[in-house]
Design a protein around this ligand. Structure first.
Ligand SMILES: Nc1ncnc2c1ncn2[C@@H]1O[C@H](COP(=O)(O)OP(=O)(O)OP(=O)(O)O)[C@@H](O)[C@H]1O
Ligand SMILES: [Mg+2]
Length: 234
């Protein structure tokens, strides 16, 4: 397993938000964590990126204890997070944003150029806009830029907080197609979402409610059954 989370508890101050979350992500999988507002999805992402501490339980990445690693170390291990609300720099250009994605790795200029060409091949809409300000992009294009920037760091595991946030279904569909392409390129994904549309692209889905994971199913099975409606949309 690339990522193993065992009975994780955490929260803010005295407020416990995650009451024992357990999940696994194998190399090459696309995993969704589906859950309603306020259930602790972003908190789970923050736990993995090191913003909130683990109160009890275990988190292992590639076989070693992730909690011993500083946030910087986690990035260099290949754990990369796309924060909620995209987190791109509005005042910088598209090209500058992409370049920032390489900050966590030591790579030659030639290597960075090659990676940039590869990434722009996946996102042709960005290729013609390298010198444009990021703020001039549409919401969908900004989300593409956030994904493209993350790819510049050559992540092993990409954590995505609400890829679909604020976007039209058609654009969400296109972004998920890109996620599939990137998986074929060797990236593993853990995507937290409140929209069930993510199930169409993912291999497995965990349904989370009130700080606990309730279900773990193959996404296709979940889509085909009534369990999703019973567990999540009730
Ligand atoms: N910085 C914080 N300080 C205190 N409480 C917080 C903080 N961030 C989140 N919470 C609380 O933790 C709980 C879970 O929040 P979280 O942001 O993880 O939910 P979420 O599943 O990501 O929701 P959404 O779908 O709305 O993004 C909520 O009750 C929220 O009020
Ligand atoms: Mg959230």
């Amino acid at each position: 397993m690339l990522l193993e989370i065992e009975d994780a508890r955490t929260g803010y101050g005295r407020l416990e938000v995650l009451h024992g979350v357990s999940l696994n992500v194998a190399e090459g999988e696309i995993i969704t964590v589906l859950g309603p507002n306020g259930t602790g999805k972003t908190t789970l992402m923050r736990l993995l990126s090191g913003v909130v501490p683990l109160w009890s339980g275990r988190v292992r990445f590639d076989g070693s204890d992730l909690l011993k690693a500083t946030p910087e170390k986690r990035a260099s291990l290949g754990l990369c997070q796309l924060p909620e609300g995209r987190g791109i720099f509005q005042t910088l250009t598209v090209g500058e944003n992409l370049h920032l994605g390489t900050a966590s790795r030591r790579a030659s200029a030639a290597r960075v150029r090659a990676d940039r060409d590869r990434v722009l091949g996946v996102f042709p809409e960005l290729a013609g806009r390298l010198t444009a300000s990021a703020s001039s992009l549409s919401g969908g294009q900004q989300q593409m830029l956030a994904l493209a920037r993350a790819m510049m760091g050559r992540p092993r595991l990409l954590l995505i907080d609400e890829l679909s946030f604020g976007l039209a279904p058609r654009i969400v569909h296109d972004l998920f197609e890109v996620v599939r392409e990137l998986r074929d390129d060797g990236v593993t994904f853990l995507i937290v979402e409140q929209q069930a549309s993510a199930l169409r692209v993912s291999d497995r889905t965990y349904v989370m409610r009130n700080g606990r994971n309730e279900l773990d199913r193959a996404s296709a099975d979940l889509l085909a059954s009534d369990e999703l409606v019973a567990s999540y949309l009730r």
